[in-house]
Design a binder for this molecule. Sequence first.
Ligand SMILES: *Cc1c(COP(=O)(O)O)cnc(C)c1O
Length: 421
Amino acid sequence: MAEKIPFVTKEQLEDIASRYATPFYLYDEKGIRETARRVNKAFSWNKGFKEYFAVKATPNPGILKILHEEGCGADCSSYTELLMADAVGFREGEIMFSSNDTPAEDFQLARKLNATINLDDITHIDFLERVADIPDTISCRFNPGGHFAIANNIMDNPGDAKYGMTREQLTEAYKRLLAKGVKHFGLHAFLASNTVTNDYYPELARILFKVAVELKEETGASIEFINLSGGVGIAYRPDQPENDIMAIGEGVRQAFEEVLVPAGMGNVRLYTEMGRYMLAPYGALVSRVIHQKHIYKEYIGLDACAANLMRPAMYGSYHHITVMGKENAPCDHKYDVTGGLCENNDKFAIDRMLPEINIGDLVFIHDAGAHGFAMGYNYNGKLRSAELLLKEDGSVEMIRRAETPADYFATFDFTGLFNRD
Ligand SMILES: *Cc1c(COP(=O)(O)O)cnc(C)c1O
């Protein structure tokens, strides 16, 4: 079984924890930069390739700034994500807006920032025209329906997904947009999440490339970019094979050569909107063991809870746990590792074989860098933790402070309550 090794040592982590209260998120700048460079290299054969990082995965300016420096753009889906991208310095051509069920204000801000709008639905053409205007460049999101399978393995069920337009609607949408003066078109689809196979992007690319060729023939639209969106996964379990981004880039290149080049569409730019692949392995939730409980099962109580990392409670997701300093100890104890919410699903691990744990141990919960902090919430009055960046020189920068009770109460007005006579 392959090992998962934390990107910090126990000594480093104890030192960090002596300066910042646990729990906290810790991100690894080196891993983030190396991955961004690898992705850009894997697609360097395509002139104009750009990864628009899915901001929702890790909405922190300290992280977005690093990705911007590595040449990535930002993929936003809401008003505040657009504000954040703008504040970090992403400019025209660097902001994708892939939203759904979109409020008018969001489209208005997207237009103001000259973000590239990716329309989720055919009815959004008239909506966008009414609330803002129709830009020169626009993209449409495709949903092929049915099941999405790779070599007979069903990967996901687009027919049940709320996103995108049907094939017929795409043709109609392009025609209407052409009539409204659109000059440059894009095409987008997101068909499966967290795929751990090098075949997902190539299969998706082939589908989108064929549709793009058809759309060009049917409508005469100038299709200039194709957006493969997110969905490239990571190996959350130590025994899973990892995706090989170079092989993925090469698979997409073959589909490009076979489908687009012969159709005279060799100038199409490829975009991606990866979140998980870019960030998940390079963020960890660090927490300290504060209790041990022996009833019908053995429980380890952490100072973090599902409000800090929701994926195990929400999806039953596996997150590998390293007990710092006990990396080489035998995993001969079976534990449920819990947080303190009044919810029995507040468990980071169930029946997990781990080394013997003591109160005071630090645990490193792996692969929490994407869709981790971001999905946090305040149930039970639990407060969001700090986010820390381990820089390439080994120093640590706080890129978001922990919430305080004052933050939690900030949206209340207590004036009436204190007026008691
Ligand atoms: C969530 C999302 C992404 C990122 O997905 P990952 O699986 O994290 O790569 C990209 N694009 C859109 C439109 C999304 O909703």
